[in-house]
Design a binder for this molecule. Sequence first.
Ligand code: ASP
Length: 573
Amino acid sequence: MSSWRDTTCGALTAADVGTRVTVAGWADTRRDHGGLVFVDLRDFSGKVQLVVNPEHAPEPAQVAHDVRNEFVLQAEGEVVKRAPEAVNPNLPTGEIEIQVEALKVLSRSTPLPFQIGDDVDDVLRLKYRWLDMRSERMQRNLRLNHVVIAAIRRAMDDMGFVDVWTPSMTKGTPEGARDFLVPIRLQPGTFYALAQSPQLFKQLCMIGGLDRYYQIATCWRDEDLRADRQFEFRQLDLEMSFVDREDVLDVMEEAVVAAFVGAGREPPPRPFPRLGYAEAMGKYGTDKPDFRYGLEIEDATELTRSSGFGVFANAPTVRYLVAPRPFSRAELGRLEEIAKEWGAKGLAYLVNDGGELRSPIAKFLAEDELRALQPDAGSTALFVADDEAVVARVLGGLRIHLARELDLAETGDELFHWIVDFPLFERDEDTGQWTFLHHPFTAPMPGDEGFEQDPGSALSQHYDLIWNGWELGSGSIRIHDAEMQQAVFRVMGMGEEEQEAKFGFLLDALKMGAPPHGGFAMGIDRFVARMAGEPDLRQVVAFPKIASGSDPLTGGPTPMPDSVLKDLGIRLR
Ligand code: ASP
């Protein structure tokens, strides 16, 4: 293998009994049993037990005596069978141990801030990530990340995709986030943005005749960090020419299945089911529903148009969901608080406690309303009456909250879904201006090309991939016509001059023979986190940032000396 070792710790089994081996790794634990010293030696492949017997090997025994956790050791000796009572059935190497004849300390360790694999605070783990990485969990996750990417690369290659490197430093691409800016010393006062995605470059590759592009692309977005967000992340980014939506979805399903197979997992069944955006918002209150549990939202708008309960009768939309529990008054109070935080004015309810109805609103409801809305015994109907968007947001949020509280999401099913038929535009909440839902390069649905007349009702050829409530990625068929692209910019309130300044190069390219094209991008770290069953991206990324935006390991970000800033033409306020 090498001059340092001729096998690895985790590889040794009863079949190796009688052979002489040299292994190297970290001292996981050391136990001094009055004479005999036991060291569990660990490397990437697993652990093996070393036994040092001072009677046979006085010098190694002396060395072993001074060994502490995480010292790096090299040990040579014979593989022997353990005594039957010492066999450890939980360890793959549990039937054997190495009778040490030579032992060397290759490197020492100061006392550790935590023991490897201990469940300590994430910030501490990240500060000492090199220690944390030695844990089984991080070894497993980083290797899974690798296996998934390797499998995806093979699949993309098999399908004829060309890996093209696109610039990180570019003019901003609008993906709905803030840009990270890079000051340019050669041109003080000017900035590149770190690419939020390779979006425009991959479209230019299609106009450039490349036909099928892909990249495991790093993207940068200045957003608040959450469980499923990091400033920088990698995505499987792809683009294809002369395709329809079906072709893109097919390639993505192929890539997902390849990743599962590569990781030795049962792949999800294809084709992945689809759901329209409007139906998703109505039934689940979100465009990334978790389908592992029911709790579907029901509509009561029609039913309550002439309700005796004014709150229902006067609200534009009335919807409810039924939780399989008869909640107590206190529980309902807490749920109402949550609903209010999300923008509801209140939370009405009907509790069916073993056949007995508890509700302050029941007396206002007519018989037909009660008959239709009354939940089954042992459950509670929760109502929100408001504008449609508020109702969706609140009930969608409550649905997730309840599923968590009632442990409804704990199934092992790998459920992938496509969400399709998104609107092309939505109103910006702050400015009231029409803005894109996906990005401004998304094509309208065939039939909706006249979107300028009525932007709010046009649908787009945008699609999202969802896995158990996580949005894995998005894509669309793009606009390949300069006129149409300009119409989208106009709807967004962008005049000719601004269009030219921001996207002149794209408009030029679209005027010089642009093929129909479309593509997709899937967040690899999100995908791997889900696959690993981890709650957040930090567990599958080697060196992530924490919520404050800091990197506990290096201590970044840091201020820069004035001299450096001066070169860049920057003065701090
Ligand atoms: N550029 C988009 C994104 O990064 C994906 C796409 O439309 O292909 O989300």
